[in-house]
Design a protein around this ligand. Sequence first.
Ligand code: COI
Length: 366
Amino acid sequence: MTTPAFDVRPTTQATEANVRAEILANPGFGRYFTDHMVHVRWTKDDGWHSGELRPYGPLTLDPAASVLHYAQEIFEGIKAYRHADGSVWTFRPEKNAARFRDSARRLALPELDDETFIESLRTLVRQDIDWVPTPASEAEESSLYLRPFMIASEKFLGVKPSKEVDYYVIASPAAAYFKGGVKPVSIWLSSNYNRAAPGGTGFAKCGGNYAASLAAQQEAENHGCDQVAFLDAVENRWVEELGGMNLFFVYRDGRLVTPALTGTILEGVTRDSILQLGRDAGLTPEERPISIDEWREGVNSGEISEVFACGTAAVITPIGELVTEHERIGGGSEEGGRIGRQLRKQLLDLQYGRTEDPHGWLTRLA
Ligand code: COI
């Protein structure tokens, strides 16, 4: 497959600088979008072609487009960070590119080569570079969140892989994912719903997984919780992940435990980076099954000293209470745990270019 060159067609109606400045001062998460987007078309006969950068705007889709009926769709989440010298970098994009290919295979979508994936991010960020926020301080976590996605656009209601597919990248200036900033979030343990089953799509980043988490997320909110945690679908015993984040458990003796990748868990880039940063910091990472009983007993006995969630959007977010139908477990301090805070700082310092990058994780975009 050859890399499509991107035909650049900038907007004639770019957002005014003062309006953009106002948005960047308080972007929230996923509410505002930049002036452009990238698009690449795929057809069964011609493969990937017609790569373009064009003004951000609504898509025209046939009402029979298969994505609207059978959810043949995948996406990624990755951020662009502005460094102190004004340059803009992203974090381990080859991991997102590889996961995007894995997701594509699972959803019977065409694979996009890594070079085109990374070049599409670079093309959009170069054009919309003024939308990449400059954090006001080390405490502020603002970046440009990039959302590549691929949809099945063939006009056909038969259940089969689409012969027409579109790939897009949009970008959204982002601050902390949770409204309250970095405060411990409370977790509702879903007993009515599972997120993924063996042989299903749990490892893929497809919209369907997130759609299936929403009723459980609503249940969490009805119980006064911020997020939902899912157990495995076979035994309802093994902790898997939250609605859109991986989980970590810090033990008093220095173990850093996260559920093993069994095909039902999203292979988080932040998850993988934390395992490495934990190892670098002298902790003992363990990827293995962890049961809900181990979570409960560990927190109650004090053997588990911290629990945190992680993801591109959420970075590292401490978990306070775990709430189930029968009990409330843990609570923790207002700032969350020490190790989670330390790993979070290490990760952000690296991403914003404030420390060395010993693993070569950063790629310059602009
Ligand atoms: C991310 O962390 O990038 C995610 O995709 C999680 C969520 C915003 C869907």
